[in-house]
Write a protein that binds this ligand. Structure first.
Ligand code: AMP
Length: 424
């Protein structure tokens, strides 16, 4: 007998976990709607050139790449932003700005599987295209805040940085782009020694190392520290001021605790400005993150267009909800089993089932040909609230028997009032 298993790093999502996934996705859609983001659905398989253009060495090496039967080299998307940038330079090129776009779906990275880290995982993704203003950066953080709050998480915090601070220092110290990217990759993984070793001069190395000493408990104090630390580095100074503007907007609008991390970097290469991640104390991996990428769309052949975006890891948000033992605020209708006492009444029973569903009641129909007692026992085990028993005598009066399974009580109820009685 074959023993089929899922591919390493991929998993079946069942039962409560599947319910939690659907719940998070529905909250992400609600958030998208409330902030005016339109949903777009892009392919899971994209040309390798598109996906590897600017995502960074880290992700390039972890893509699922293959040749399709037409000999095209393609890959499973490791993220959404490249596909969205393609849209912004093609189908949506002439749309008025800003563009607010939302997607949800699975993404694929050849990561080392462990808790909260899979090779197939799910993201909700938001992109705000066309504005270079700090309000746009703030909007992406605030909608992430809304999503974390609305799914029911608590105690989460935002870590914020600015890639322009580190790049500003490196550019002035004449570090080429390739080395800059390698340094940032190391810093993203907190491999500071590895990062500092790549600095071409002692001055550059010391300047990078010094970033680690600037962090304070108060986020505004940290930003002020960064500003004075990079006073001689024009681009880094502008970046620090921009970070300060974004931070003010977020704090003034009531978003929870911020940690400003001067040496914070993210794996994706295309970031140019503010970057952020969101965490809960119980888990040391990020639930979501994002940042500003002002040059990507231009690199994809479009007009120079500033943009900022975020992706939220649905698998990790589900894990966080489980760790915080959060009860999902699902809209759950009453559950009912509909059954008829004999075969000739099945058509009528199906019709009643249909009417109940229209009233928002969850109806399972008895389809196993079981005797009444067995069917009721099974409905009770499946945690149904009621059984609706369609019998000859009651039906003559346009009524049925409504049985409360937990209370083991039953009454005759007219079909007209049935939905109302169940929902009351
Ligand atoms: P990124 O696209 O790298 O900015 O990641 C955005 C979010 O996706 C992260 O904050 C995580 O929540 C989630 N994520 C990234 N990699 C994985 C993975 N291998 N498994 C599960 N979730 C992931």
């Amino acid at each position: 007998m074959p023993n089929f298993q899922t591919v390493r790093g991929m998993r079946d999502i069942l039962g409560e976990e599947a319910q939690t996934f659907t719940y998070i996705m529905s909250k992400a859609r609600e958030t998208a709607e409330l902030y005016g983001y339109k949903e777009v659905i892009t392919p899971v398989v994209e040309p390798i050139e598109l996906l590897s253009a600017k995502s960074g060495e880290e992700i390039r090496q972890r893509m699922f790449i293959f040749k399709d039967l037409g000999e095209r080299t393609v890959a499973l998307r490791p993220e959404f932003t490249a596909s969205i940038a393609r849209l912004a330079t093609s189908a949506l090129k002439n749309e008025p700005k800003p563009l607010r776009l939302f997607s949800v779906g699975s993404v694929y990275r050849y990561d080392e599987p462990q808790r909260g880290r899979y090779r197939e995982f799910w993201q909700s993704n938001f992109e705000l295209i066309g504005s270079n203003k700090p309000e746009a950066d703030a909007e992406i953080i605030l909608l992430t805040n809304s999503l974390m709050k609305t799914v029911g998480l608590h105690g989460y915090a935002f870590k914020i940085g600015h890639i322009g601070v580190i790049r500003g220092i490196l550019s002035k110290e004449n570090v080429d782009d390739k080395t800059q990217n390698a340094i940032l990759q190391h810093m993203d993984k907190k491999e500071y020694e590895g990062a500092f070793k790549l600095a071409p001069t002692d001055k550059c190395r010391n300047k990078l190392e010094g970033l680690l000493q600037l962090k304070r408990n108060d986020c505004f104090e940290t930003v002020e520290n960064i500003k004075s630390y990079v006073a001689d580095y024009e681009k880094a100074k502008v970046a620090a001021e921009n970070l300060s503007d974004v931070l003010k907007l977020i704090v003034e609008s009531g978003c929870p605790v911020q940690v400003v991390e001067p040496a914070f970097a993210r794996g994706l290469e295309y970031y140019t400005g503010m970057i952020f991640e969101v965490y809960i104390p119980e888990l040391d991996i990020a639930l979501g993150g994002g940042g500003r990428y002002d040059r990507l769309i231009e690199m994809f052949g479009g007009e120079s267009t500033p943009a900022v975006g975020a992706a939220h890891g649905i698998d990790r948000v589900a894990l966080a909800l489980q760790m915080q033992k959060t009860t999902l605020a699902c809209k759950s209708g009453k559950r009912v089993l509909v059954l008829s006492v004999n075969d000739s009444l099945k058509g009528e029973a199906l019709k009643i089932a249909q009417q109940l569903r229209i009233s928002g009641i969850i109806v399972e129909f008895e389809i196993m040909g079981r005797k009444m007692a067995k069917a009721l026992e099974d409905a009770d085990k499946r945690k149904a609230d009621f059984a609706v028993i369609v019998g000859e005598r009651e039906l003559k009066e346009r009524a049925v028997v409504l049985r409360n399974l937990a209370k083991r009580q039953q009454h005759i109820v007219s079909i007209k009032e049935l939905a109302e009685k169940i929902n009351s």
